[in-house]
Design a protein around this ligand. Structure first.
Ligand code: PMP
Length: 362
């Protein structure tokens, strides 16, 4: 069989080594006589898996001691409600949340937050079709906003922040890092909350990671479901209710794999190399087109269009025949999209580049 390369935006490719280890441990985890799926989340075996995963994630992202790492459920979208419910306890519905609108996912966050508070879109790139990040000098921030929400990598639009915003006064920055967490080093201390669904760079769908600064915990609105109240989650090592145990186990294996690869700084180097290779092929002539301003192009999600869109189906069929899978763009924007997360080897990007050149008749 030829090599298969999976360019899905998520759930997405996982490291082969991780899948092989999970397969080897499936029926009998470390002599326990059972699969991780069958273990009590309160037993010593699973607690050891959980603690190792938390410790490794903290190490990989250099999470400061005054932050809690929470393994939650509900995915990235649920956090759009969980976050306001946790952060507006003191200010209530009169509070304002500032947003920077850079694409589809921040737009969804804006829509949901409007159910809990006033929303101020401090800057938007909608008018240019989400092809850049508005520079901070243009942001119209609210002086006492409850928080500022940004999506640091827009998975559908392929737009990635290339700077860390400066917080205004005491306003914490909340960052949706779903689709590029662990792809590059991050200064966690610059953010109040970092969150993301696991199904891109972390592990299987079903786990949602939230990294929350201590002082933001314990301020939930009265109607916040107790299982989503950060205080309950933090005080119970993410086990206030039954956590997604198998997903946490796989995430833990991914963290170990990342450490073996040299951590996120090493990943960043490889991700830059992969992205440069792919964008160069797309930019070679006008056969393909990526519309994002160069300095904001995502290293993880690369949307592109064929100049002649009547060839889309032929392009996808040819890709599939070569083992290059899930390249169809998101239905809301059409075209193609190659997601090249941490687990995508450079050989996969090279195979895609070879095909791009071949299809373009270069
Ligand atoms: N934010 C971003 C940046 C995403 O890419 C996604 C999913 N693709 C979401 C939020 C929503 O995540 P979920 O489907 O896990 O709710």
């Amino acid at each position: 069989m030829t090599n298969i390369y999976n360019f899905s935006a998520g759930p997405a490719v996982l490291p082969k080594e991780v899948l092989a280890q999970a397969a080897a441990e499936m029926l009998d985890w470390h002599g326990s006589g059972m699969s991780v799926m069958e273990m009590s989340h309160r037993g010593p075996e699973f607690i050891s898996i959980y603690r190792a995963a938390e410790r490794d994630l903290r190490e990989l992202l250099a999470v400061p001691d005054n932050y809690r790492v929470l393994f939650m459920q509900g995915g990235g979208l649920s956090q759009n409600a969980v976050i306001p419910m946790n952060m507006l306890g003191h200010q209530g519905p009169d509070a304002t949340i500032d947003f920077i609108q850079t694409g589809s996912w921040s737009s969804k966050s804006i829509q949901e937050a409007g159910r809990y508070a006033k929303v101020n879109v401090a800057a938007s790139a909608k008018a240019d079709g989400f092809t850049h990040v508005p520079p901070q000098s243009e942001w119209q921030l609210t002086p006492d906003a409850a928080y500022l929400h940004i999506c640091t990598n827009e998975t559908i639009d392929g737009v990635e922040f290339n700077f860390v915003p400066t917080a205004q006064g005491e306003t914490p920055i909340v960052a949706d890092m779903s689709s590029h967490i662990l792809s590059r080093p991050v200064d966690v201390s610059k953010y109040g909350v970092i969150f993301g669904g696991a199904q891109k760079n972390i592990g299987p769908a079903g786990v949602t990671v939230a990294i929350v600064r201590d002082d933001l915990i314990g301020k939930a609105l009265p109607f916040c479901p107790s299982a989503f109240d950060w205080k309950n989650v933090a005080e119970n090592e993410s086990m206030y209710n039954t956590p997604p145990t198998y997903g946490i186990y796989i995430a833990g294996l991914v963290f170990q794999w990342l450490k073996k690869q040299g951590g996120v700084a090493a990943m960043e180097q490889r991700n830059m190399e992969k992205a440069a290779l792919l964008y160069a092929a797309l930019d070679a002539d006008d056969f393909y087109q990526n519309r994002v301003a160069k300095e904001y192009r995502s290293r993880m999600n690369v949307p592109f269009y064929l100049r002649d869109e009547s060839q889309n189906e032929a392009f996808l069929a040819g890709a599939k025949a070569r083992g290059l899978l899930q390249l169809k763009g998101h239905k809301s924007v059409g075209g193609m999209r190659a997601s090249i997360y941490n687990a995508m080897p450079i050989e996969g990007v090279q195979a895609l580049v070879d095909y791009l050149n071949e299809f373009a008749g270069r």
